[in-house]
Unconditional design. Sequence first.
Length: 179
Amino acid sequence: MVLSRFGNDNDFKIKANPSTQEFFGRNVRVAVMGDYPTLTDLDIAYGKDFASEWLLPHITDLSAHTGAKNLSLQQIDSLARIIATEYRHLKITEILLFFYRFKAGHYGRFYGSVDPMVITCSFREFMDERNSLIDRFTQEDYERRLYEDLNNPDNMSREEFEEIKMLTRMYEMIIPNRQ
């Protein structure tokens, strides 16, 4: 799925770069409920540790956005590996949504000093939000389908079903099954 949809690893990096975070920040339902690959899917499609490699420019972008000059390359690399391991089940769009929300101040304000622990703790808060969003969107989808079913003129009512069932039984009594 990943290769056919996104192309090779370089094509993927171009298509899912830090500038795409804003789109998913504006389209939360798409980010959370959409059909996108997980970090595990990336490693399977593009090779071991690709997810960590993909995360590097996103973490660097986050660091630059917050004005944090204190994250070393070693910390950025370590953080990418931790995220790729701990949150490997997340879709790439959920990761993009996290980075957008972090930059938008959903997880507090940081005055030029963002350490890896702040980011990983913010991920835990994001997971609670994500799970609530999944519950909410699932409930909304169920209610929408229920409303559509109840208001579909092609659907029969319970009374119509019972009448057809009764007529079928009467027909079967009058005309026995032939074998």
